[in-house]
Each structure stands twice: as structure tokens, then as C-alpha cells.
Design a protein. Sequence first.
Length: 136
Amino acid sequence: MKWKNFFKAFLLRMLFVYVCVFSFYNTYGISLWHWPTQSSFEFWAKITVGLILIALYFVMAWSTYGALKIKGIVFVSIILASIWITAVELLLLLGYPRPSFGVMLMTSVATLLGIGLNYSPIHYRLAGIGHTEIVQ
């Protein structure tokens, strides 16, 4: 696989995770979180989309835990928290408003899940070590 195709796959995985996370909650009011307040959507469509998102979150979280384990998840979370603290301080220093906590939290969760989904292909590409799980 060429590096160009590898980076395309990396970006597509990250985009998929961000779309999944921000379809659950975003500040624009067009997410699953805002659906109960809108009467234009059917009840069963809400339930179906909610179950699909829950299943996708479960699979992504399971994959992230399988690739990073607890130490990796804590390490990535500390790095993301450090980046957010630095970004908020820089925004305040430059006179911009501080981003909302919900956006920061959802972006951090999406980035953590994206790193978890992309860790195994990166590790395989760089070291030649494949991650597999033995199912009995």
C-alpha cells in the first residue's frame, strides 16, 4: 500500500468517527440530542438512528480499548486535555471567546476514538506487527 492511500484511509477513518460523534451532539441543533424537541421527526426513526449510533460507539470504543488498552487511553486523554488547556488559554489571550465545554468534550472523544481506530494500521505500517484478537 502506498503512503498516499494510507493517509486517505487514515483521514476517512477520522472523518467517520467525527461524523458519528457529532451526529449525536453538535451546537447547530441538527443532532440526535436535539431531535426530541423537534416534532418533525418520527419516533421510530429516532429510535433506529439512536440504536445504530450506540452500536457504532460500542464497536469504536471496543476497538479503541483493544488497540490502546487503559494506559494508552489515559495517555491520549492527558495529551488531549493539555492541548485543550493550551488552546483555550491562547484563545483567551488573543481575545477570542472560549469554546463551549460540550464541543471540547465531543472533539476530544472523537479524537480519542479516531486514534484508537487508526493505531493498529499505523503500527502495522511502521513496525509490521499486526494486532489480532483471539476469539474462542
